[in-house]
Design a protein around this ligand. Structure first.
Ligand SMILES: [Zn+2]
Length: 302
């Protein structure tokens, strides 16, 4: 599942490539929107909202309401511009099979320059009135990468997190209705950095304002990078992350073996079991589940 920073980066590159250009060919290969004819429409902007991509379009003739082409990357979705993949930290950025194309747009700028944008494997492809975007994304919590991020959105995010004190912090962080933008990587990394076990209740997670500030800082930092880093980048090659994907390897702080666990919750979007990683020593603070019991040692007399 891509993180909010990946989506924001894709939107920025799409926006730079397409904003102002007029669509000259449009091929939407999902049944719901297959009849959409966007030829003649102009791309006004491409903006992220949490993990949703919103391509806002202006009509070729006045009086027609503006439309938004909505896509979601889900697990494997990716946009390419002129063959260039837009996903950060992507190891499979080469051309994708053509049967996974969901949207193909050719657009021409006023100076004659043409751009092609292709979405592979994206989900939730929808064309809707821009005025109705709220129906799709109105349920989302404060967006960590919202340009208007400030005291109000921060306070709302903290309040949302605090609203269910018994909910595991590892689930609350991933819930886009609580706050938007955190995926599986940041969920694990944030819990490690705050030294809280992901299964610990939110009430035990310490200062939630600091948690939100850290999440905002990490996503903002990585929105401009091609490789996602949470460690500050000082650990050299292969040193980008603290715990995510590092099961069985040594904790970078205390050398204990990193463990792999799962926390799934049916009410979350895209409900595959969500693997997570943590250090059982660094994250053994309040609320951590008890370590599995070791077999009792046989008494050996005195
Ligand atoms: Zn550790």
């Amino acid at each position: 599942m891509p993180e909010g920073d990946t989506v924001a980066r894709q939107c920025r590159v799409l926006h730079e490539a397409l904003a102002g250009a007029r669509i000259i060919r449009c091929d939407v290969r999902v049944p719901r929107a297959a009849t959409a004819d966007l030829v003649g429409w102009r791309v006004r902007e491409v903006r992220p909202r949490g993990k949703h991509l919103l391509m806002r379009l202006e009509p070729p003739t006045p009086g027609v309401p503006p439309l938004t082409l909505h896509t979601h990357l889900k697990m494997d979705g990716i946009w390419h511009v002129d063959g260039r993949a837009l996903r950060s930290s992507d190891t499979s950025a080469g051309p994708r099979p053509t049967d996974t194309i969901r949207v193909l747009l050719d657009a021409r700028h006023e100076d004659g320059r043409e751009v092609r944008a292709i979405a592979y494997d994206v989900k939730q492809v929808r064309l809707l009135r821009t005025a109705d975007e709220g129906e799709l994304v109105g349920h989302l919590g404060p967006d960590l990468l919202d340009p208007a991020w400030g005291e109000d959105l921060r306070a709302q995010a903290v309040a949302n997190l605090a609203a269910e004190p018994q909910r595991p912090i590892g689930l609350a962080l991933l819930d886009q209705q609580v706050l938007a933008g955190i995926g599986n990587i940041y969920r694990s990394e944030l819990c490690f950095l705050r030294r809280i076990h992901p299964a610990a209740p939110t009430a035990a997670a310490g200062d939630l304002g600091e948690m939100v500030d850290l999440a905002h800082r990490l996503l903002a930092l990585n929105a401009d990078r091609t490789v996602r880093v949470t460690t500050g980048g000082m650990l050299g090659r292969d040193g980008d992350l603290w715990v995510y994907g590092r099961g069985g390897r040594q904790c970078r702080r205390c050398r204990t073996r990193i463990e792999r666990g799962e926390l799934a919750e049916p009410r979350l979007e895209g409900t595959e079991p969500r693997v997570l990683w943590f250090c059982p020593r660094c994250q053994a603070g309040p609320g951590a589940p008890p370590a599995p019991a070791r077999p009792a040692r046989r008494r050996t007399g005195r």
